[in-house]
Design a protein around this ligand. Structure first.
Ligand SMILES: [Zn+2]
Length: 344
């Protein structure tokens, strides 16, 4: 089945591929806050580079492709998204050094090409092979300096290795030195998948596996002292930071309840680190967004959509319609903070 919508926007097949001649000429929603046109930025938008996937023997999902981003631009226009910050979920963390080196180089180069083709609509996070930390340092530097990418994306763990593992200290040191934003996106909680505890109805591998992975990753970055060692890090966690900002005070309480169990002295209370991290808005309700902002500070929140995964198509309205935010806070969440962090 093909459809042509009544605005003459595009011709799209059921497989999500645009047919020949399709163009994005639909109405573009322009977001305005108290009379001011606001540039909106989506911090959480997925894509794929087929050439890189092929090097790992994987196939691309059509909706992730950027060769003809007509569907994506139409969705952005309809939803009032001006700029997407593209990221790629790691599928290369098991790759050996040679494959990882070539794969990431191709991938970052293609990401740069996508951004260069439509520079007013797309920026991208560099990808790095964290399983080879010294290589990742070079890939990060190349991604930023050679390819002009605006930050770096990571998984919530690296093949069982925590992001807080000391082996990754050189990576965090380089991130801090470059001053770029890190976008952490989980890929489920693999250890629980093996046990079968996430089987059954509800896709719990994703529903709770993803936010749990993020919760564990951020907790280790706090409790293992990574954020003390590299205080200049700018980290944005997907899906509102998982469960951590929902229940941050427990992380403070452990230090007073069982001080003898704390093997490392932190420079701050855990909830203070929560207020220095960034989070996307994928928390679904006004109350959840209000609570996230209360725990993190409204200046730490960046709009996200999770495109092309259909979790939400109303990220702009979610921010606009959540009671209690000032106009400046809404503008910041809609895009101003992300634009500053990404150099847009
Ligand atoms: Zn996502």
């Amino acid at each position: 089945m093909s459809t042509a919508d009544d605005k003459g926007v595009a011709f799209v097949g059921c497989d999500g591929k645009a047919t020949a001649g399709a163009q994005t000429q639909g109405r573009r929603r322009e977001v305005v806050v108290s009379g001011r046109r606001v540039r909106t930025v989506d911090i959480h938008a997925h894509c794929a580079v087929p050439e890189a996937l092929a090097m790992a023997g994987e196939e691309v999902q059509p909706a992730l492709m950027m060769s003809r981003p007509v569907d994506r631009l139409r969705a952005m226009d309809e939803q009032g998204i001006d700029v997407e910050a593209l990221s790629i979920n790691p599928f290369w963390y098991e790759a050996d050094r040679d494959v990882a080196a070539k794969l990431i180089d191709v991938q970052n180069e293609k990401l740069a090409e996508v951004c260069a083709a439509t520079p007013d609509r797309f920026v991208a996070f560099a990808t790095v092979a964290l399983q080879h930390p010294d290589l990742a340092v070079k890939q990060l530097e190349d991604g930023i300096k050679k390819y002009g990418l605006r930050g770096v994306s990571t998984g919530g763990s690296v093949n069982g290795m925590e992001l807080a593992d000391p082996k990754l200290h050189p990576f965090w040191a380089k991130v801090e030195q470059l001053g770029v934003l890190v976008f952490i996106h989980p890929q489920g909680t693999a250890e629980l998948e093996e046990s079968g505890r996430l089987n059954g109805n509800g896709v719990l591998t994703n529903t709770i596996g993803n936010p749990l992975e993020t919760t564990i990753a951020l907790s280790h970055l706090i409790f293992e002292g990574t954020l003390d060692l590299y205080p200049g890090l700018k980290i944005c966690a997907a899906h509102g930071g998982g469960y951590l900002p929902s229940y941050g005070p427990r992380s403070d309480a452990i230090g007073t309840t069982f001080p003898q169990r704390m093997t490392r002295q932190l420079k701050k209370k855990p909830t203070e680190y929560i207020r220095q991290l960034y989070y996307d808005t994928i928390v679904f309700t006004p109350e959840a967004l209000r609570h996230l902002a209360a725990e993190s500070g409204p200046g730490q929140i960046l709009m996200g959509t999770d495109y092309p995964y259909p979790w939400t198509s109303t990220s702009v309205d979610h921010i606009l319609n959540t009671p209690g935010f000032s106009d400046d806070e809404k503008v910041a969440m809609l895009g101003a903070t992300a634009a500053k962090l990404l150099g847009i």
